[in-house]
Design a protein around this ligand. Structure first.
Ligand SMILES: Cc1ncc(COP(=O)(O)O)c(C=O)c1O
Length: 386
């Protein structure tokens, strides 16, 4: 008989838990045990689990129409696009289904922008060491973590990598051949590593001066997670292009590419596309996520509860990186997966973002009391392991 494991290609190491339902910041397994979810599906479930506003929006839309293609107008797609542009300086949106797709679209967008200006040699993309932009070949080529490239060569070329936070190397890398620089305000998957003000300032200044675009990958840092709508807000810098996914649909798959109005014409009909991207179901979820974040003041909550969480962890002697509700504890030893497994046993879901650090990315609806409980459970797990 086929085992459960054999049903899947062996890509993921799953924890021995089956979740059957959730409510707010809590998940419940098949035996009814409650877990404090401080991972939120890797920074996705911004409104927590089964938030009534999201459940209603999805249910209502499911009973109307699920999919029509982008060849027609739909009310949810307009509402979702309006929500995005209302939080960014105008501009236009392309919807897709994931973060990697948003970055694929961005790669094509920045090259087409240069091409339309007649700059056909301007094809290079500058990416930063330690970045993570996705797993499809284009996004993977910008993911400067060579271990993730093994066995997949050749990747698309014309990618120039720059060491993390190295302004001099960035200065050298941006030339008349550079179409764009891709940054994550906080590098997520390498272990929650915020970029410095100096580096982001240099990226903005040098791209503007040299005719390249600045692309902010806000897939993980966007949507209020860092205590501001966008990760780049903390730097006082505005990008030309933004990529979004993860929390954008609060748990329903959707991604987006946003571009400033002055560049929006780079994509013309047939330049890019998707069958299901931006379908009414995903867009209804997306619009409900924006409306609920505003209504419940969740960006402020991320800042306030994020500070509580950080204080709680630091007061127990942990070294913490990150902003708002996107934090990592540095354990200094390769024990993060053991700590995560122990925390799970103790009813706390966190994530071993790298071998020595544990990521906290709870729903933005988390309360100070839930942050306090998470710190207690985490501390107990660390003590049990070490
Ligand atoms: C910054 C960033 N960009 C892109 C991606 C890829 O997103 P997805 O997994 O939805 O393709 C991720 C996923 O972790 C991410 O953190």
């Amino acid at each position: 008989m086929t085992t459960r494991d054999e049903l899947f290609l062996p890509l993921f190491k799953r924890h021995p838990v089956t979740f059957v339902r959730g409510e707010g910041v809590w998940l419940y397994d098949a035996e009814g045990k409650a877990y404090l979810d401080f991972m939120a599906g890797i920074a996705v479930n911004l409104l927590g689990h089964a938030h009534p506003a999201l459940v209603d929006a999805i249910s209502e839309q499911a009973g109307r129409v699920l999919h029509t293609t982008n060849l027609f107008w739909t009310e949810p797609a307009v509402a979702a696009a309006e929500a995005i542009v209302s939080k960014l300086p105008g501009g236009g949106v392309f919807f897709c289904n994931s973060g990697t797709e948003a970055n694929e679209a961005a790669i094509k967008f920045v090259r087409k922008h240069a091409w339309r200006k007649g700059e056909t040699d301007r094809r290079e993309i500058v990416a930063i060491e330690g970045s993570f932009h996705g797993r499809t070949l284009g996004s993977l080529s910008l993911t400067i973590q060579p271990k993730k490239w093994e066995g997949f060569a050749p990747l698309p070329g014309d990618v120039v990598s720059v060491p993390f936070d190295d302004v001099a190397a960035l200065d050298e890398a941006i030339t008349e051949r550079t179409a764009a620089v891709f940054v994550e305000p906080i590098q997520g998957e390498i272990g929650i590593r915020p970029m410095s003000q100096g580096f982001i300032d240099a990226a903005r200044k040098l791209t503007s001066e040299r005719g390249a675009l600045l692309v902010a990958d806000e897939v993980q840092t966007g949507m209020g997670r860092t205590g501001s709508w966008w990760g780049l807000d903390h730097y006082g810098v505005q990008p030309d292009v933004v990529t979004l996914a993860k929390g954008l649909g609060g748990g329903v798959p959707i991604g987006a590419l946003w571009a400033r109005s002055e560049f929006a014409g780079a994509f013309q009909p047939s330049d890019h596309g998707t069958t299901q991207g931006g379908n009414p179901l995903a867009c209804a979820a997306c619009a409900a996520v924006f409306a609920t974040i505003d209504k419940e003041g969740l960006v402020d909550n991320a800042r306030i509860v994020g500070a509580d969480l950080r204080d709680g962890l630091e007061s127990r002697g942990y070294e913490v990186r990150g902003r708002g509700l996107l934090l990592a504890v540095e354990l200094g030893r390769e024990v993060s997966s053991a700590v995560v497994a122990k925390a799970l046993e103790g009813g706390l879901i966190v994530n071993d973002v790298n071998p020595t650090s544990v990521r906290f990315a709870p729903p933005l609806v988390a309360t100070p009391d839930e942050a306090r409980q998470a710190v207690e459970r985490f501390d107990a797990a660390v003590k049990a392991v070490t």
